[in-house]
Design a protein around this ligand. Structure first.
Ligand SMILES: Cc1cc2nc3c(=O)[nH]c(=O)nc-3n(C[C@H](O)[C@H](O)[C@H](O)COP(=O)(O)OP(=O)(O)OC[C@H]3O[C@@H](n4cnc5c(N)ncnc54)[C@H](O)[C@@H]3O)c2cc1C
Length: 285
């Protein structure tokens, strides 16, 4: 399916409706949903360039709560005329963790962060045969292709899928360090990575998201040679990471892929809207 309208203020990407094939609990706080069906070919064709990036992502379109009887494909113009704003499907941004041409499936890993929100609870309740609508993919970042320039990868659980994809995409002779913050030891995953890239799991053990990641970042020695950084997670933590990486270490913005993936106390709609305000900006300009 293509061409479902989105808000005129946004880039309108083609829409695709996948069918849930499988749900796996990867860890206590991460659920993998594997998606297949007829949408696969069109999705891959529409986003071939973006799907080559490690940070490839989509905008999911989900009913705001169960029980409304809304089923993809959503015609937003039609729904806007018929439903209260609070009942309209909402957008949520997710990494495409895997694209498997052999099985013609893609996989999305969802952090389950309690009863709040739309996408986390949707993933927990998902069943084979459910439909999931998403945009064509975006994505920009890929690991260093120069073994002399290492990558530093930083993330909380929300960025774990992107960091895991980046580790998998690295060349065999790549060097670097990945710091991944999760709740506890049972949330660690077995991630494929080159032998020259160290992976350190950091446990929150009840501390606020991002706090342990920042502590580990601040404990690192500043680099003395070129370094590329991929850092994503909770907004407040990413602002503090900017202070270390850019303001203190002096890394140029061109070597930083740094962004907020979510923010404490904000549903994604509010979080995205705040990107246009000072509170939502990671850099002053
Ligand atoms: C480019 C990009 C890629 C992303 N990739 C992924 C991905 O692959 N997997 C993934 O799980 N997330 C990913 N995220 C983050 C995800 O979009 C947000 O976490 C989103 O808010 C989840 O939607 P929701 O409906 O579950 O919660 P919302 O309705 O948006 O929020 C409800 C409440 O839950 C809180 N909340 C939201 N996310 C989290 C969280 N991770 N931990 C704790 N509390 C939270 C909010 O602060 C809010 O109070 C990505 C974000 C971006 C920008």
């Amino acid at each position: 399916m293509t061409g479902t309208a989105a808000s005129p203020a946004r880039t309108v990407r083609a829409q695709h409706v996948f069918v849930v094939e499988r749900i796996e609990q990867l860890s206590p706080h991460l659920v993998r949903v594997t998606l297949g069906g007829d949408a696969f070919d069109g999705f891959v064709e529409a986003g071939a360039e973006q799907l080559a990036a490690a940070d490839r992502y989509v905008k999911l379109l989900l009913p705001p709560r169960p029980g409304l009887g809304l089923q993809p494909p959503f015609d937003l113009d039609e729904l806007r005329a018929a439903l209260a704003p609070a009942d309209l499907p909402v957008r949520r941004t997710y990494t495409i963790r895997r694209v498997d041409a052999a099985t013609r499936t893609i996989a999305v890993d969802f952090v389950v962060h309690g009863d709040e929100g739309v996408a986390g609870p949707w993933a927990l309740a998902a069943r084979p045969g459910d439909l999931l609508q998403m945009s064509s993919p975006g994505g920009l970042w890929s690991p260093s292709d120069d073994p002399r320039v290492p990558d530093l990868l930083l993330g909380d659980d929300s960025a774990l899928p992107a960091v895991a994809s980046a580790l998998e995409a690295m060349a065999d002779d790549a060097r670097g360090l990945a710091l991944l913050e999760v709740e506890g030891a049972s949330d660690e995953l077995d991630l494929v990575r080159p032998s020259g890239v160290e992976l350190r799991w950091l446990h929150r053990d009840g501390a606020p998201a991002g706090s342990v990641l920042l502590e580990a970042l601040r404990a690192l020695e500043p680099p003395t040679s070129p370094l590329r950084v991929f850092a994503h997670g909770e907004r407040g933590a990413m602002k503090e990471a900017r202070v270390v990486l850019h303001d203190t270490w002096g890394l140029d913005r061109s070597s930083l892929s740094l962004s907020a993936y979510w923010a404490f106390g904000r549903v994604e709609d509010a979080f995205q809207a705040e990107k246009r305000e000072p509170v939502g900006a990671l850099f002053a300009d």
